[in-house]
Design a binder for this molecule. Structure first.
Ligand code: FES
Length: 62
């Protein structure tokens, strides 16, 4: 499922990035780690929530 239409970012891609890059705080950092830039911003809260959820899950399992 696409989370970010502007950048064609899927939930899977966001979770993979969190697994590879670990905890990042700022929206811009998270998008840069995905090789993208926020455009309309409508997805930002959802994308960040998915990213943080996955990063926290990885930290808990480590
Ligand atoms: S939907 Fe993600 S920046 Fe527009």
């Amino acid at each position: 499922m696409y989370v970010c239409i502007c950048n064609a970012l899927s939930e899977r891609k966001i979770r993979q990035s969190a697994n590879q890059n670990g905890p990042l705080r700022a929206v811009g950092e998270i998008f840069r780690a995905l090789g993208a830039e926020p455009e309309c911003g409508k997805c930002a809260a959802h994308a960040v929530a998915i990213y943080h959820e996955e990063a926290a899950r990885q930290t808990a399992c480590a």
